[in-house]
Design a protein around this ligand. Structure first.
Ligand code: NDP
Length: 332
């Protein structure tokens, strides 16, 4: 166990783009569990786009991150000491431990996971929150049918990579949108999408049209802005949009939808969703996702930064698109 607990606090609210100096590293004494608590050693910290929203002091579906407090974050780790009847030392657990090496939990929101059949880190990726997000957007929001075209944006990322593969497993034509030729090659070559279009290329709109010769029936939207506008322009009548994220706007400024008329003329159903509203469905989703991973039908990548010290740099890089697949920090 570390002699000191390294923690990242939110030091300042970003003016636009988050920068590394918005965070402050501190060291404290390791906390000691009281009756009803467990002490968890963090092995992996998950870095997620939603954290950028929490850094702002703005109304949202969840409260803002308080200044001077440990940054919020999902973690996978190991119980090192337990004074809680439901946990034992050595249990592999997933929870919201935050950007730190050790944390105390009263068991609320702490979930035991099987780290023998799946690597521990996968419980923060395809068999964790991002995977469930993809599952929910497909299974409960868009419900694309065999033969339809499903367009997935931020397709090389943690959520998008799973969403596109689930769409293919439903018999859809899966088309990804990602930043740059290397990511697009990964999306098609490694993840098995039917096509992928680089939104940074000057011919993006024409390439999107060519990749979707029968139009688009379902959009799994992670990005917003010009990418969503281009997707709406290709929409078929009675198409669905699962509005999962708007990462193009997370660094400040509103991102309007230009093609509102297209929603009307194509009778499109656009539905936003937040995965944490549906905790009752997580066990089912995780069971299905874990099964697909075990059988090799679902593939995934991780980008792993080393050491808790690297968290701010990796976070800022992830928002710029430097990650392939799930962005993690290996803490210990
Ligand atoms: P990713 O692993 O996809 O990482 C973020 C990616 O966003 C980057 O790799 C980058 O990929 C892309 N990106 C960043 N800026 C832009 C931009 N200006 N235009 C287009 N793409 C950009 O993250 P996640 O998979 O964890 O999250 C994906 C989305 O899902 C996010 O919007 C997130 O907020 C949302 N989400 C929503 C949830 C919900 O409950 N609704 C739950 C979890 C996630 P590239 O190089 O391709 O640009």
């Amino acid at each position: 166990m570390p002699a000191r607990n390294k923690q990242w606090l939110l030091a300042s609210r970003p003016r636009r783009a988050a920068v590394e100096s918005d965070f402050e590293l501190v060291e404290t004494d390791p906390p000691a569990p009281r009756d009803g608590q467990v002490l968890v050693k963090v092995r992996f910290l998950s870095l997620d786009p939603y954290m950028r929203g929490r850094m702002d002091d703005a109304r949202s579906y969840a409260p803002s991150q308080e200044l001077g407090q440990v940054m919020v974050g999902g973690t996978a780790g190991e119980v090192v000491e337990s004074r809680h009847p439901a946990f034992q030392a050595g249990d592999a657990v997933v929870g919201m431990g935050g950007w730190q090496e050790l944390f105390l939990s009263d068991g609320q929101g702490l979930r035991k996971v099987d780290a023998a059949t799946l690597p521990l880190s996968a419980h923060l990726g395809p068999a964790g929150m991002p995977g469930v997000t993809a599952w929910y957007g497909l299974d409960r929001v868009g419900q694309p049918r065999a033969g339809e075209t499903a367009l997935v944006t931020a397709a090389a990322g943690a959520v998008g990579s799973v969403a596109g593969q689930l769409a293919r497993l439903r018999g859809c034509r899966a088309v990804g949108v990602a930043g740059g030729p290397a990511k697009c090659a990964h999306v098609v070559g490694d993840l098995g999408f039917d096509a992928c279009v680089d939104y940074r290329a000057p011919d993006f709109r024409e390439a999107l049209k060519a990749a979707c010769p029968s139009g688009v029936d379902f959009v799994f939207e992670n990005v917003g802005g010009p990418v969503l506008d281009a997707a709406l322009a290709r929409m078929n009548p009675f198409g669905r949009v699962a509005l999962c994220g708007l990462v193009a706007g997370y660094q400040g400024g509103e991102i309007p939808i230009r093609g509102v008329r297209l929603l009307l003329v194509n009778r499109v159903r656009l539905q936003g969703f937040i995965v944490s509203d549906h905790l009752d469905l997580w066990p089912q989703a995780i069971r299905e996702l874990a099964g697909l991973l075990a059988s090799g039908k679902l593939r995934y990548r991780e980008t792993v930064a080393d050491g808790i010290e690297s968290a701010p740099r990796a976070f800022v890089g992830m928002l710029r698109g430097e990650n392939l697949g799930k962005q993690l920090v290996r803490v210990s």
